[in-house]
Each structure stands twice: as C-alpha cells, then as structure tokens.
Design a protein around this ligand. Sequence first.
Ligand SMILES: CCCCCCC/C=C/C(=O)SCCNC(=O)CCNC(=O)[C@H](O)C(C)(C)COP(=O)(O)OP(=O)(O)OC[C@H]1O[C@@H](n2cnc3c(N)ncnc32)[C@H](O)[C@@H]1OP(=O)(O)O
Length: 386
Amino acid sequence: MSSATTSHNRTVHAVCFPVIQLHTTGAAMRVSQEDFEKAKDQLKLLKEDPGNEVKLKLYALFKQATEGPCSSPKPGMLDFVKKAKWDAWSSLGSLSKDNARQKYVDLVSSLVSSESSSQVKDTTPDSKHGYETLQVTTTDNITKIMLNRPEKKNAITTQMYREIIQALEEAAKDDSVITVITGNGDYYCSGNDLNNFTNIPSGGIEKMAKDGAVLLENFVNHFIDFPKPLIAVVNGPAVGISVTLLGLFDIVYATDRATFHTPFSELGQSPEGCSSYMFPKIMGLSKANEMLLFNKKLTAGEACAQGLVTEVFPDRAFQKEVWIRLKAYATLPKNSLALSKQLIRGVEKEKLHAVNCQECELLRERWLSDECMNAIMSFFGKKSKL
Ligand SMILES: CCCCCCC/C=C/C(=O)SCCNC(=O)CCNC(=O)[C@H](O)C(C)(C)COP(=O)(O)OP(=O)(O)OC[C@H]1O[C@@H](n2cnc3c(N)ncnc32)[C@H](O)[C@@H]1OP(=O)(O)O
C-alpha cells in the first residue's frame, strides 16, 4: 500500500497540511525566505481560528521578521487593538530578523501539526471532540465539563462561553444522570477573560458591549434551564462569573483551598449570573452585599456557612471523596432526579430569566463606562509592569 492510503491520518496530513521543510545551512538550522513564504501560505489554510493570543504573536513575529524591531509610536490607551499589536511587537525587543523568521515558521508549523492531529485523533480517552477550551467526558453516568485553560487560571474567553453552552446542550441530551463542572489546574476559574474586552470589533465598542450582553444572557440561560442535576466541583479559587453562577447549581462541593471572590465594583461592573437575586436569597441581604458590592472574598468555610457551598473537603482528599460521592449519586434513577429538579427549580425559572435579562442590560451599559475601561486597563497595565 502506498503511504497515501496506509492510514487516514497520513492522508489528511499530507493533503491538507504539508509539513514545512527547513532548509539547513551548516550546523545551525536556518529558515530560508522560501520557508517563510510557505509558512505564510500554510497559515491561510488553517481551518481553526488559533485565538487572539496566538494571532498577536504571529503578527509580532511577522513584523519583526520583515521590518525589524518596533519603532512606531505607541498607540493611545483606548485604541485597544492597535495597542495590543504594538505591545506584542515591542515585546520582541531586539530579536533579530532571522530569529523572528525562525520562530514564525516554528509557530506556524506547530499550529499546522496540532490542527492535523486534532482532526485525526483524540488525545484523551473518552473525551468528546470539537472542544478547544474544555475537556468533556462521560463516564459512570456523569458528564464532566472541565474548564481547560490552566495556564490562564481557566479564565473564560468568548470561545469558552460558546463551548460551555454547547457542552451543556449535549449533556442535557446525553445518557448521563448528572453533570459536573470543574477546573483543570490550581484554579477553578478566574472569571471572565479580561481580554474579551480588548478585542474591539469593527462595529466599535458599542457593538462589543451589545454582543457581549447577548452572549452572556444566552450563557446564563443555559444554566437556568439545565434539566439534570448540575454539580460544581470547585477545585481551587473562583472569581467573578464562576462564583455568581454557583447559585444556579444544585450542589457545590469545594476544596478547603478554594476562595470565592466577586470583584465587580473594583472592575466598574455589576453582578451577573442571577446573583443579584440568588445571593440575597441564599445568604441574606447583608452578606450578599459584602460580596457583591464590597468585593469581600470568602474562604471555602465562610462560603459554606453562608449556604453558597454545600460541603468543604480537605484538599488532600478532595478529588477522591467527591468523586466517590458523585459516582454513587449517578446510580440513582435518571428521570426521577430530573423531574424532582424541575419541581424544585421550576417555580423560579421565569423570575430568573427576568433577572438575567436585567443584569445583562445593566452590564452592557457598564462595559461602556470609564470606570470599567479604567479598571481593565489597570489590570493589563499592572501586568505589563511586572
Ligand atoms: C463576552 C461576554 C462577557 C461576559 C462577562 C461577564 C461578566 C463577568 C465578570 C467577571 O468574571 S469579573 C472577574 C474577572 N476576573 C478578574 O478580574 C481576575 C483577574 N485575574 C487576577 O486577578 C489574577 O490573574 C488571579 C486570578 C488572582 C491569579 O493571580 P496569580 O498571580 O496567581 O496568577 P496570574 O499570573 O495573574 O495569572 C496567570 C495568567 O493568567 C492570566 N489571567 C488570569 N485571570 C485572567 C482573566 N480573568 N482574564 C485574562 N487573563 C487572566 C494572567 O494574566 C496570567 O497570564 P500571563 O501573564 O501568564 O500571560
């Protein structure tokens, strides 16, 4: 059999993603102009959007490779897109054109091979296809949706919001009895990815705010309407929207390492995830105010005492004990659980949809405010000084 027909994997690789051949000169590997041009062409063939971070890196390396170090004036703070590009290019400092070309070719090559391998094989047994920011598995009647950007503390990008929506829709219909959301790495989730507010679309900042509000409302609606028992396994600190949503879960188990922080007023924003209604209902008005107005960060013990968390486990035994318990829950009759959940949650649904709608409308306005812009710029300003 010829190599084109021995395996489907190889065929796809060869036809769609020819690997870049490096032209070597002497001992050191150097990319030629031809390799560089090929990489540019291969980039255009990618089927999946590599995401803004990678695109910025590619932009910066391309500019460095073709024009050398950045010498153009720094764009204004409010010109987010140009500033992000300028920052990325400037961050390469005095990297030589040759090295930038090499890095550009390497990066494209890694994108090409990761896309081709994701098309032909799945690296995690049982994990469902088509998710980039999540790992979704179903075993022992439990669908586990794991937030999977550990290097960014599982901050939620717009892509991740969409993938969670998709994963919830699939989990609602699959054979599982319960659904679990958890995080990969040391954090449960650091909330909304603040880069979501720096990628201004061509329609301008108003369009960005409008689209964000539509996406958020749809996202939260999926939690309100989720038909099966939904359980949060809070494996570490939780921030922002990952905390507010907890009021819409049926059970919340947390490690004693977890903390719960909703820094909305620090960010010039306002509560979401139906927390403006659920938090006062769960913990009483004044405790809810400490969190939602005054950014009070709760320990796992405090969150449990206030009813937001169901039970706290010592970190060393957390995964083992929680999963033993969840596996037992998942042996219970599926329909009985789902119907009982509907009974318990059903009476509140209309109210929750109305609250969600109001919260999103207010946030849409807040995102256009100077208070919010300044807070986000300050987060990225602090980072760039490090
Ligand atoms: C489009 C729909 C929009 C819907 C919006 C709904 C409204 C939601 C509101 C919220 O969720 S508000 C809360 C937003 N979150 C934050 O303000 C947290 C910001 N992050 C931090 O304060 C810290 O990163 C941390 C979480 C306390 C962790 O600090 P630590 O020092 O332990 O780690 P870092 O080095 O800071 O983080 C590692 C890496 O991850 C990046 N990162 C972490 N969180 C975010 C985030 N929320 N957004 C973007 N990036 C985040 C951080 O920048 C680091 O990146 P690198 O420097 O390594 O590139």
